[in-house]
Write a protein that binds this ligand. Structure first.
Ligand code: UDP
Length: 311
C-alpha cells in the first residue's frame, strides 16, 4: 500500500510512519511542524519508501500518485498546545479533515481519522463506551479541541454515507512513550522530566482525577489493526487500566528514584474528573488489547528522557 499520514512529525504520527514502513508499505508524511518536530523523522532520512512534504493540511492539498489510505493525525493535541493555537486546532479538525477527506474521495483511498477520548468531555458515564455521546462544554478552553474532533467525526461519517468513502474513526485515550516532547505539557512527560531534574511534580488539583494511560506501541498496534480490519463506527483504543494522577506521581517517583516533592496547583478549567475506555469493541472486532503495563511503559519512557535530557 501507499499511504499518506498527516501529522507525520508528531508523537503518534511518527510512530505510525515507522509501523507502516516496517510492514513494507510506502508512506508519504505530511506536517507543518506547528507542534511536530523533524527530529521525530530524522532516522528515516534517505529511506526509499518514505517521502516527506512540509505542508499545512488545513489549506488546499494535492498529493501526486495513487494512495490506498489517508491517516489524518495532524492536530495540536496537548491541552497547552491547543490553548496556544486555538484557531489552528479548530481549522485542522474542520478544514484539515475536509481536505483530507476530499483527497481520499478523489484517490479512492481509505480514510482514517484520529479522534479522541475528549469527544466524551467530562464524562457522566464511566467507563466510556463508543455509544456514549459525551458531556462537552463547547465554549470552554478545551472546546476548540473537543468540538473540532466532534466535527471531524461528523464530516467523516457524512463522507462515508454520502460519498461511500471507506472510513475509520479511532478515539485515542491518553497515550505516552518515547518522542513525547519534554515540554509537551501532558502529565506523564511532565512528571518524568520533573522527577529526573529533581524538581517538584506539578499536581493539578488534589490528584484524585483519573486517566487510563496507554503505551505508544500498544496504541499504534490498535490503530494499525483498526485501519486494516475495522469498520466505519468509532472505536476506542486505549488502556482500560485506570490510575489517579496521584498514583501516577508515586509510580514516577519510585521508578526514577527521585525525591521530588509535590507542588499542588489549580485544576485547569473543565479538566475531566475521570477517563477510562471501554474497549469491548476493539477486543471483539480486532482481537486487540494492550500488553504493556504502566510501570513497564513508564520505565521505557524514563529511559528515553534520560537519553535526550541534558544531564
Ligand atoms: N496534570 C497534572 N500535572 C501536570 C500535567 C497534567 O496534574 O503537570 C493532570 C491534568 O490536570 C489532568 C491529567 O493530569 O487531570 C492529565 O492531563 P494531560 O494534560 O496529560 O491530558 P488530558 O487527559 O487532560 O488531556
Amino acid at each position: 500500500m501507499r499511504v499518506l499520514i498527516t501529522g507525520a512529525a508528531g508523537f503518534l504520527g511518527s510512530h505510525l510512519v515507522d509501523r507502516f514502513l516496517r510492514e513494507g508499505h510506502e508512506v508519504v508524511g505530511l506536517d507543518n511542524f506547528i507542534t511536530g518536530s523533524p527530529d521525530n523523522l530524522a532516522h528515516l532520512a534517505g529511506h526509499e519508501r518514505f517521502e516527506f512534504v512540509r505542508h499545512n493540511i488545513s489549506t488546499y492539498t494535492y498529493v501526486a500518485g495513487a494512495l490506498d489510505g489517508i491517516l489524518h493525525f495532524a492536530s495540536p493535541a496537548s491541552p497547552i498546545d491547543y490553548l496556544e493555537h486555538p484557531i489552528a486546532t479548530l481549522k485542522v479538525g474542520a478544514l484539515g479533515t475536509h481536505n483530507a477527506l476530499g483527497l481520499a474521495k478523489a484517490k479512492g483511498a481509505r480514510f482514517f481519522l484520529a479522534s479522541t477520548s475528549e469527544v466524551y468531555g467530562d464524562p457522566l458515564v464511566h467507563p466510556q463506551p463508543e455509544s456514549y455521546w459525551g458531556n462537552v462544554n463547547p465554549i470552554g478552553p478545551r472546546g476548540v479541541y473537543d468540538e473540532a474532533k466532534r466535527f471531524a467525526e461528523a464530516i467523516t461519517m457524512a463522507y462515508h454515507r454520502a460519498h461511500q468513502v471507506d472510513t475509520r474513526i479511532v478515539r485515542i485515550f491518553n497515550t505516552y512513550g518515547p518522542r513525547m516532547r519534554p515540554h509537551d505539557g501532558r502529565v506523564v512527560s511532565n512528571f518524568i522530566v520533573q522527577a529526573l531534574r529533581g524538581a517538584p511534580l506539578t499536581m493539578y488539583g488534589d490528584g484524585s482525577q483519573t486517566r487510563s494511560f496507554c503505551y505508544v506501541d500498544d496504541e499504534v498496534d490498535g490503530i494499525y489493526r483498526l485501519f486494516l480490519h475495522g469498520d466505519a463506527q468509532p472505536t476506542n483504543i486505549g488502556n482500560p487500566r485506570e490510575f489517579s494522577v496521584r498514583e501516577l506521581a508515586e509510580i514516577v517517583r519510585e521508578l526514577t528514584g527521585s525525591s521530588s516533592t509535590l507542588a499542588f496547583m489549580d485544576l485547569p478549567e473543565d479538566d475531566p474528573k475521570v477517563r477510562q475506555p471501554d474497549i469491548t469493541r476493539a477486543m471483539t472486532m480486532l482481537g486487540w488489547e494492550p500488553s504493556v503495563d504502566l510501570r513497564e511503559g513508564v520505565r521505557r519512557t524514563i529511559d528515553y528522557f534520560r537519553q535526550i535530557l541534558p544531564s
